[in-house]
Write a protein that binds this ligand. Structure first.
Ligand SMILES: Nc1ncnc2c1ncn2[C@@H]1O[C@H](COP(=O)(O)OP(=O)(O)OP(=O)(O)O)[C@@H](O)[C@H]1O
Ligand SMILES: [Mg+2]
Length: 301
């Protein structure tokens, strides 16, 4: 085992010791029988506790990148991999997918596909079973994970009787109970209705204090902009931008080039500047935009 499952206190201590949770260095990947590399020279780092949002058009390589981070590539999905991925300063290529899965949790797009057990508590226990967690510790973690995702009291119900949003929250609870250091989510809300999307993002927002590093691939720009600490824009396997939401989402022309949008408020300010030949500072939050208008433009517009 590479790193023992850490208690919350351990994690706090650990976060003081190490600042770098993820380092991706000169990563490139080519699937067999394809003409071009799907990922090209990807470089970025994430500090412990940071949440990264990955955006990019269809086919950009987002899911491929996620699979390089949990070791599925190249062990299960073959191809030519170059460069390195370090999680907590360990090169994951030195470990098997099973070892990596102990500290990199994965939440998939379709909630039903990741649920296999008869009851919700069995569902959460299932992942922990593979880690050799004791029965008494499992009970503590099941209780804790269900509380984290707002499903306390649902222990004996069938996962299949839940709504899509609840199922995705259960999938998140199953990952949380395994106490991974990194949680990767590949479009976790894209199959959900607006209510389900809200439920999942509300849960994620609450997890921010949990001291876990996260990577979320999602087309929900409004949410990504408020929820994430860093944003990575991927197009044709290349990093086009990496930085804070403010740094990335104010590069509107770059985003438009890749059929991506910034949050509505930023798009509005951009259009306002264009149509009225103004130079209002682009903001990514309504609060900041209102403050800018109030301080600089009251009485002038
Ligand atoms: N197993 C595979 N073999 C060959 N090519 C593949 C394989 N899986 C994906 N690809 C190709 O790699 C490229 C990137 O795919 P990927 O699924 O990583 O993109 P994505 O950004 O996740 O797209 P989406 O937004 O549609 O989920 C695409 O051109 C895709 O066709
Ligand atoms: Mg994908």
């Amino acid at each position: 085992m590479l790193i023992q499952a850490l208690s919350r206190n351990d994690r706090r201590r650990f976060s003081i010791v190490t600042k770098e949770a993820v380092r991706v260095k000169e990563l490139a990947f080519q699937y067999p029988d394809t003409e071009e590399k799907t990922l090209k020279d990807i470089n970025f780092t994430l500090r412990y506790g940071e949440i990264l949002g990955v955006v990019g058009p269809t086919g950009a390589g987002k899911s491929t990148l996620a699979m390089c981070l949990n070791g599925l590539i190249p062990e299960v999905i073959e191809g030519e991999l170059e460069g390195e991925v370090y999680i907590k300063e360990e090169n994951i290529q030195d470990f098997s997918v099973a070892d990596v899965s102990e500290y990199v949790g994965f939440v998939f797009q379709e909630p039903e596909n990741q649920l296999s057990q008869m009851t919700i508590e069995e569902e959460i226990a299932f992942g922990m079973g593979n880690l050799g967690v004791s029965r008494s510790e499992m009970e503590v973690r099941i209780k804790d994970a269900l509380a984290q995702v707002g499903l306390t009291g649902y222990e004996k119900r069938s996962p299949l009787a839940l709504s899509g949003g609840q199922q995705q929250r259960l999938a998140i609870a199953s990952v949380l109970a395994m106490r991974p250091s990194i949680m990767i989510m590949d479009e976790p809300t894209s199959m959900l209705d607006p209510k389900g999307k809200n439920e999942v993002y509300d849960v994620l927002q609450n997890l921010k204090g949990y001291d876990m590093t996260g990577i979320i691939i999602d087309h929900e720009v409004e949410r990504i902009a408020t929820y994430c600490d860093k944003i990575l824009v991927l197009n044709e396997g290349e990093v086009q931008a990496f930085g804070t939401p403010e740094e990335v989402f104010t590069q509107i022309e770059l985003l438009h080039q890749f059929q991506l949008n910034a949050p509505q408020v930023t798009e509005f300010l951009y259009r306002y500047n264009q149509e009225y030949q103004q130079d209002v500072k682009l903001s990514t939050t309504v609060k900041e935009a209102v403050a800018t208008f109030e301080s600089e433009y009251t009485g002038k517009v």
